[in-house]
Design a binder for this molecule. Structure first.
Ligand code: 2BA
Length: 107
């Protein structure tokens, strides 16, 4: 068995989890925060047999969209920090990890 961990944009979370359910996959949503932007995102956990991992990733891919975002940057000088030009970054679609599960039980 495998665990698919997908970090996705908050705005895509409902579409991703609804479509996972529609395709017969159980999922759990965790409210998480990205370390770089320190903004809320959603981590979806899906436990599945190995042969179904690609189907789960396909659903996540189909419903996660990448977005361009402007962030304020700062520059450090000997006198402290001062604001510099805003920088554009591309966030997502999804950041996906697949890990082995040693044991899975429902009790
Ligand atoms: P954040 O850490 O808030 O990062 C948001 C976006 O900021 C990233 O989008 C990337 O475009 C940019 N970014 C992150 N670190 C950067 C850096 N050191 N320099 C310049 N730009 C940087 P994504 O790559 O799509 O990542 C979206 C979210 O996925 C991340 O939110 C984080 O929560 C998670 N994530 C991404 N890679 C990860 C990893 N290797 N391990 C754990 N979580 C990860």
């Amino acid at each position: 068995m495998k665990l698919v961990l997908a970090i996705i944009n908050r705005d895509d979370a409902n579409a991703v989890t609804q479509n996972l359910t529609k395709n017969g996959f159980s999922s759990t949503r965790l409210a998480t925060t990205g370390g770089f932007l320190r903004a809320g995102n959603v981590t979806v956990l899906v436990g599945v047999d190995e042969e179904k991992v690609q189907a789960v990733i396909d659903v996540i891919k189909e419903h996660s969209h990448s977005r361009k975002q402007m962030i304020a940057s700062t520059t450090e000088t000997t006198y402290g920090y001062y604001p510099a030009m805003p920088v554009e970054i591309t966030v997502g679609g999804a950041t996906i990890f697949v890990v082995d599960i040693e044991r899975f039980e429902r009790v």
